[in-house]
Ligand binder design. Structure first.
Ligand SMILES: [Zn+2]
Length: 413
């Protein structure tokens, strides 16, 4: 099966995850995709392919060489973001793209002015939506790449490789599926997630993350009678927000700049709540941002001479970079696999988290590689078929590098 056919089949299953759900997977159709992948893996010779009760798919490709090599894992996630609809996705292939605005459906365009990178895609084959849903390239492009790679190895048994494991995970987009991974089913030396953008981007840095939940206690009284008596809890929440540094609002930050993002603010005169996510690639700077929240809380309580603000801070995940500092060969060999195809590698710090970050802290160092997807989580999402195919070549180069290290008995670990 061609990689684009495989991909489009996967997009037909709505695997939008649900942050409100308490189950794993958060939505039952992730099981449907998982079961489909188990069947496909079995057809491609992965005899032990299986799906567990949490929706994880595991499968092993045994080594075909008689010397030891690193056991490498490849992962991609089953779910898609709930930022926009993932139902009834009408994926459409554009062959030999002309580099102009793309008409998705009547009145809906993906315009070159809005997405200047489109100019560089002239002549490539793309997959787009009809402009009313996301495409699900994040991360079904990653799944399609891994499956096409498995198919390639199945059809080309002369290609030498060590033992490999594949794993498809539920609920990446809501940040907690990976916590249910059964590492006794995924025994690898290290792994790679395929959950990024362009082919030449390798990521081994992500945000450190924390959250702040605030409760504001007011004193409600008839507004006509309020002078020097009323404490308006909503006003407290607004005051608190205005004391945070303006330049650290998400909308004013990029690259390695951290942010405090106000997610929700609600309440009335008597009681109000607000919540923030706090992010920074640098853990010390993250701690400084968290300290701001503490200082403002103290200041407001002192100013009102009563307990008007209650703060709960929680650190949620960390930058995987610290897990990789003494294992940089894992990143370097992926970079080499990409360079062998003529690309210049870029190291792109993720402004978010990844399954790989959680895995790295569980002891499986897992940097992230590209998938050929762009504009994810929105109706203008697209996938570049040529880049998906290139990624299959990257994985092929990568396992060859791993085999060479095995031959030379060159173990950095
Ligand atoms: Zn993703």
């Amino acid at each position: 099966m061609k990689i684009e056919e495989r991909f489009i089949n996967y997009t037909k299953i709505d695997t939008t995850s649900d942050p409100e759900s308490n189950t794993c997977p958060s939505t039952p159709d992730q099981f449907v995709l998982a079961d489909m992948l188990v069947e496909e893996l079995k057809q491609l010779g992965v005899e032990d392919a299986r799906r567990d009760h949490n929706g994880f798919v595991y499968g092993t490709i045994e080594s075909n060489v008689d010397y030891p090599c690193d056991v490498v894992g490849f992962l991609a996630h089953l779910d898609t973001s709930d930022a926009t609809s993932g139902k009834d996705i009408k994926a459409r292939i554009i062959r030999d793209y002309d580099g102009q605005d793309i008409l998705l459906s009547e009145g809906i365009y993906t315009r070159v002015n809005d997405y200047p990178f489109l100019k560089e895609l002239k002549g490539k084959d793309l997959i787009v939506t009809d402009g009313t849903t996301l495409l699900g390239g994040d991360d079904k492009a990653g799944i399609a790449i891994i499956m096409d790679f498995v198919q390639f190895l199945h059809h080309n048994p002369e290609i030498r490789h060590g033992k490999m494991m594949v794993c498809f995970t539920p609920d990446e987009e809501i940040g907690r599926g990976i916590l249910n991974i059964d590492l006794s089913q995924f025994v690898v030396d290290y792994a790679y997630t395929l959950d990024g953008g362009p082919v030449n981007c390798v990521t081994y840095e992500n945000f450190n993350a924390a959250s702040a939940s605030l409760t504001f206690y007011g004193n409600s009284i008839h507004p006509g009678d309020a002078k020097n008596k009323m404490i308006n809890a909503v006003q407290l929440a607004v005051d608190f927000h205005n004391m945070l540094p303006v330049n650290q609002r998400a909308e004013f930050t990029e690259k390695r700049e951290g942010f405090n993002h106000l997610q929700i603010i609600q309440g009335d005169c008597q009681k109000a709540k607000s919540s923030y996510i706090i992010r920074n690639h640098d853990l010390d700077l993250l701690h400084q941002q968290m300290r701001h929240f503490e200082l403002i809380t103290m200041h407001m309580n002192e100013m009102h001479n009563r307990h008007v603000v209650e703060l709960q801070l929680k650190e949620t995940y960390y930058n995987m970079k610290q897990c990789l500092t003494d294992k940089m060969f894992i990143v370097e060999q992926a970079a080499r696999a990409i360079e062998q195809l003529g690309y210049t590698v870029e190291y792109d710090p993720i402004r978010g988290g990844t399954d790989g970050a959680h895995l790295s802290f569980m002891g499986v160092a897992t940097p992230n590689l590209g998938t050929g997807g762009r504009n994810c989580h929105g109706n203008h999402e697209l996938v570049i078929i040529d880049e998906m195919k290139e990624m299959v070549k990257v994985l092929t180069n990568l396992i060859n590098i791993v085999v060479e290290r095995g031959v030379n008995n060159d173990y950095s670990k």
